[in-house]
Design a protein around this ligand. Sequence first.
Ligand code: C5P
Length: 425
Amino acid sequence: MSERKKRILLVIGGGIAAYKCLELIRRARERGYAVRAVMTKAAAEFVTPLSVGALTGDRVFQDLFSLDDEREIGHIRLSREADLIVVAPATADLMAKMAGGHADDLATAVLLATDKPVLVAPAMNPYMWRHPATQRNAATLLADGVALIGPNVGEMAERNETGPGRMAEPHEILAAIEARLAPAPTGLLAPPPLITPPAEGLPLAGRHVIVTSGPTHEPIDPVRYIANRSSGKQGHAIAAAAAALGARVTLVSGPTTQPDPKGVDVIRIEAARDMLAAVKAALPADCAIFAAAVADWRVASASDEKIKKDGKSSAPRLELIENPDILKTIAHEGPGRRPSLVIGFAAETENVVAYAQKKRKSKGCDWIVANDVSPETGIMGGDRNTVHLVTAHGVEDWPEMDKGAVAEALMARVAAHLRTMTADV
Ligand code: C5P
């Protein structure tokens, strides 16, 4: 028996990038997907329903109050019959409506009525993308379980405008579609569905989450140490967000000036080996998130006494040996000990996503939160962060958010994922 074609419902918003949808439809159909399109009123100013319909090979749906449409296939059926809804281009206005739960036309009504995963490809002017309102809306959509692809950085249709706002290219959107519609690899679960409010209590009630945060200090002698740069802001924000969702949280932290998050058990350590021991002692857990910047090496034989600078003997030579890899160790714990969801961080200064994908495999963890920490980004020690979430199903590019919002979006995804895992058992 041949497998049923996967169905994509493409919601086309009113932006100049709408023309790229024609290419997207063509490529998606070539790959064997059935595509049905909904167009907003503004979209029809950029591409004609006739061209869209010719490429989908289906009628194009435009009107919420069309008697014909509703009789033939209501907006509820339209949204439920799809396996995935793709919004491309997603204008600032369409994203705002989605984030606010509006349903005043067919496109927004379909998006509100759906129980299917949604992938959004934003496209707008860089100023509109960077506006706090759009960033807030993007963060809300992420927290609602919506996946974002792009926007890319590049030239805008307007002359002399460059920056983030270009819609992802059709082949990139198609890769994101394939990642979300691909059958889950053996032993892994499908991407989480839309986050629905829990039947009762908070989404992480009854769950135990372990978070590592901050740097580690590896002693040279009692007063000197080797360390990494890390403010602990992101890790502490994650611990706080997990606690706010009702989890029991163990935060294992290296030395930082961050205040202890409310309602979190904080275990303070200095060196990597102590961090590993504290994490192991805190197991079992449902989820472990390794946000700490652990020193890769420690001094082979740290001195018990302060090393003296007496002006006569030459400068001491330090022999370094490798520290245990905490993330890797925990990801390889046996059944009953390994948390169901193990998440690592990857701070890179180049090829961020490619390295993160490699790291996910080499560390044996489930997800990697990757970010570019080159000095010009200001991420290191700063309040804002731009991350990519790398899972077995592909890469999501999250918009720039403050570290608290990244933490909230991540924990919302964790809650949704743990819920699907439990539901599948
Ligand atoms: O190998 P690298 O340091 O780039 O990997 C980063 C990830 O691994 C982070 O999640 C970090 O917390 C974790 N890590 C660890 N123990 C180490 C080194 C890194 O848990 N010794």
